[in-house]
Design a protein around this ligand. Sequence first.
Ligand code: A3P
Length: 336
Amino acid sequence: MTENQPAGDGETDLSNECKELLSLPKERGWISLHQHQYQGFWCPTEIFQGIIAFQKHFQARDSDIVVASVPKSGTTWLKALIFAIVNRQRFEIKIHPLLTSNSHNLVPFLEVDLYRNNLVPDFSSKFPEPRLFATHIPFPSLGTIKESNCKIVYVCRNPFDSFVSLWHFCNKVRPQSLAPLSLDEAFDMYCQGMDVYGPFWDHMLGYWKESFKRPNNVLFLKYEDMKKDGVNHLKTLAKFLDCPFTEEEERNGVIEDIAKLCSFETMKKLEINKTGTFVLNMESKNLFRKAEVGDWVNYLTPMMEQRMSKVIEEKLGSSGLTFKGTPELADHVQQN
Ligand code: A3P
């Protein structure tokens, strides 16, 4: 299945070290011409060098907070929530940085923003403690973060909706020189585990297992549950991050204020999110589509539904990890 084509878009600026690594398995990419399989996961060419540099240079601190996710699982939302919780003493809601900056620009991705292009960031001035970072890198490849005592908050989403979200997003941000990815082709790649930073099942399982081993360090959240009960999730998050809401804050409606500030409806309407850009100079407006649970029914055929159900059952069935907003998995698996 591996292509052996010459290097294409995005590969000319890479360091020698990365050029060597480009001999790794290569496939058609989602947001760029190619993606590469490195340490068992798939990453777009543009991000590859940042991953290597991050692994080589980043020194995690015990006080760091890291937002982790598979793309299109609610990362933008979780970044906003954590930024607002941790900085709630510093900023008034009415003049909050989240009203004038996209959450991705407040909580940068380690491999995509900070270490991209082999830059070694200056952490001394711009990052007050606790430092807030994000990553899509799978748990086993997290370098010093794995060995530190820092807090990792992982968000996952049911793969049906995640896939539909990813397919829409990638077709909006792919360079115009590349043909769009058809739904069928993208679905096939996704079910084979060739999604961005995928296979999605390995990605989820890595953090899922770690959240049981080290519950004080890894909090595993589900997008669907957060949508259903935002206020309780805010309390869980604040407690996990060692800054629980006080009774006075609860009485004063601080939790509801943060929930509203970070809501899809608020964020989507902001001028900065309509006109601004975020990582890799992508337009922020593409981060906000529908934010619905179960929207996949509008896109996937019954055959696709069955195939995805089977993949989920096979790969995640024994893990205890379940999702809301999906069809009854057991029915479909039995039919086959
Ligand atoms: P849809 O494409 O289904 O609408 P990520 O932030 O990881 O890229 O995930 C993007 C998904 O989260 C998109 O889903 C997007 O609409 C949704 N989303 C963005 N901001 C959100 C928010 N504040 N609350 C809930 N969902 C949000």
